[in-house]
Write a protein that binds this ligand. Structure first.
Ligand code: SIN
Length: 288
């Protein structure tokens, strides 16, 4: 598959770009019903091209969200929060009207500290703020494309070490609308992945790291790793590579968690934001 599209790629859906960097709106499909295999294949094609897609006007209960997500692969269980009562693969992300901190307010790729980080994240807006509460994205395709081949070759072959390392932060069960749980075995475990990955669908090479979870280069200390890591962290979030997603109730947004970073923007207060998240297990990252 390629990262370009033609008018004949989509027969069952329509795909309209939302932004120059990444993001598109998909229309013409009811995700609560039986979604045909061809439609799933076309949605994956849209994700290969646009990295982030949204579907508006959906009514997804947790079991319906789980059923739809399972069409994309095996589902993951998030290790640091309790799932909904109805589905172990859907967990709520809630910021109450009284709360000031949010969840996911830093550049990251979901659960990159796992051996098989998620391929796709599916986030559904149950109750979204009137104004604000956007999710920002940066396209690692664009970051990588702007690098010289010399610099990319220097980075190829390096591995980066991930650690969730968030036991203190998440050891605060029930302080807000979410049921956080510490999970020291997962949180304190180091996992390394190639810094330059190959996308299994498109064959493209892209940078894979993020400030929230990447600690150091394999074989180096954190101090030794810091200068180059800081340089890469700054490069991968330049405004030119970014887009933002607006939310409304009943919207499902899917992103290719391998090739975009995201950031939950805490640009609203005194309002409830209630989302449901499901992740699809990806592959062991392929080295570029
Ligand atoms: C996340 O980091 O997965 C949450 C994103 C969001 O709430 O917008």
């Amino acid at each position: 598959m390629s990262t370009t599209e033609t008018s004949t790629d989509y027969e069952t859906i329509t795909v309209s770009p939302l932004n120059g960097a990444c993001g598109a709106e998909v229309a013409g499909v009811d995700l609560t019903g039986e979604v045909a295999p061809q439609t799933v294949a076309e949605i994956i094609k849209a994700l290969d091209v646009h990295s982030v897609v949204r579907f508006r006007g959906q009514e997804l209960s947790p079991p319906a969200q789980e059923r739809f997500a399972a069409r994309f692969g095996e589902l993951a269980v998030y290790p640091f929060a309790e799932p909904t009562a109805e589905s172990q693969h859907v967990f709520p992300i809630i910021k109450t009207a009284e709360q000031t901190e949010n969840f996911g307010g830093a550049w990251h790729s979901d659960s990159a500290y796992l051996d098989t980080p998620p391929s796709y994240t599916m986030l559904y807006g149950v109750k979204t703020p009137e104004v604000g509460g956007h999710t920002l994205f940066t396209s690692q395709r664009l970051v990588t494309a702007d690098m010289t081949s010399g610099f990319l070759d220097e980075l190829t072959g390096m591995r980066v070490v991930y650690r969730a390392g968030n036991v203190p932060r998440y050891d605060r069960v029930d302080r807000d609308g979410m049921h956080h749980q510490s999970n020291p075995e997962v949180a304190e475990r180091d996992v390394d992945h190639p810094l330059v990955r190959v996308h299994p669908n498109t064959g493209e090479r892209f940078l894979f790291l993020s400030r929230l979870h990447t600690r150091r280069f394999k074989g180096m200390t954190e101090e030794e790793s810091r200068p180059l890591l800081d340089q890469l962290f700054s490069m991968q979030i330049r405004a030119e590579y970014a887009s933002w997603m607006d939310w409304e109730d009943g919207q499902l947004t899917i992103w290719d968690n391998r090739i975009v970073l995201h950031y939950a923007l805490n640009n609203y207060q005194n309002e409830l934001r209630h989302m449901h998240r499901t992740t699809v297990l990806g592959e062991v990252p392929l080295a570029g």
